[in-house]
Design a protein around this ligand. Structure first.
Ligand SMILES: O=C[C@H](O)COP(=O)(O)O
Length: 254
């Protein structure tokens, strides 16, 4: 049966944004509060330096704020790291874990990603777990095997995850490149991930599956229209409120 889950449209600002850019968060908040994207849940994940201020701007509104990563540890001698508890305390309700930029830049293993997801859930956050194959893996016909392995090995414990997990499929070769899979390939991979989730989790049918990788206002409707695509994880196009809102509108109108 096709899923009819409330779509989640998440903006990942990555290492972008100064205090002046909080005006974009305020613009998103105002548009969402005015009902511009009714039918979709909206999340902004600014850099850690802006998280508390963004959360303050959006307090009491439907716009959620999230972190881009968290430590597997709750506190301690881990210079530069930020715990899930700290994100929660700053006003976050979500955190992204296992983004390919973290996996590649910081050598994060599936086991470490799973520990981060578990830590986030323990702290009371919702989790967006990212998976995705490289171009070489796709060319070698290993895309499904790769994302299946990442999914299985990065999942937090089932009981903790219930109702608080989303999975983002982000082919590494589509991130920030302007190149996307065909809508047909997105449908195929999301269908595959849905089947895997149903095998791995009792609530696998209702875990939202987001697509990420060069989503823009011009391609959002086409890329995100399948019933197993339950939203988007948007990078570059989330930095400007107008572009992000245009994507959210395209998603919410499905
Ligand atoms: O987390 C977001 C993704 O990595 C997609 O980034 P992008 O929209 O800039 O391609």
């Amino acid at each position: 049966m096709a899923n009819r889950l409330t779509p989640l449209v998440a903006g990942n600002w990555k290492m972008n944004g100064l205090r002046a850019d909080l005006a974009q968060v305020a613009a998103i908040r105002d548009a969402v509060a005015a009902g511009a994207v009714a039918g979709a849940e909206i999340l902004v994940c600014p850099p850690a330096t802006l998280l508390a201020a963004a959360a303050q701007l959006c307090a009491g509104t439907p716009v959620a704020i999230g972190g881009q990563d968290c430590s597997p540890d709750a506190y301690g001698a881990h210079t530069g790291d930020i715990s899930a508890e700290m994100l929660k305390d700053a006003g976050a309700s979500y955190v992204i874990v296992g983004h390919s930029e973290r996996r590649i830049d910081h050598g994060e293993s599936d086991a470490r990603v799973a520990a981060k997801a578990a830590a986030a859930l323990r702290a009371g956050l919702k989790v967006i777990l990212c998976v995705g194959e490289t171009e070489a893996e796709r060319t070698a016909g290993q895309a499904e095997a790769r994302v299946a392995a990442q999914l299985e090995q990065s999942l937090p414990p089932e009981q903790a995850a219930a109702g608080r997990l989303a999975v983002a499929y982000e082919p590494v070769w589509a991130i920030g490149t302007g190149v996307t899979p065909s809508p047909r390939d997105v449908v195929a991979m999301h269908g595959f991930l849905r089947q895997r989730l149903k095998t791995l989790l009792t609530d696998g049918e209702v875990v939202r599956l987001l697509y990420g990788g060069s989503v823009k206002p011009g391609n959002a409707a086409e890329l995100l229209r399948s019933p197993d695509v339950n939203g988007a994880l948007v990078g570059g196009a989330s930095l400007k409120a107008a572009e992000f809102l245009a994507i959210a509108k395209a998603v919410s109108q499905h």
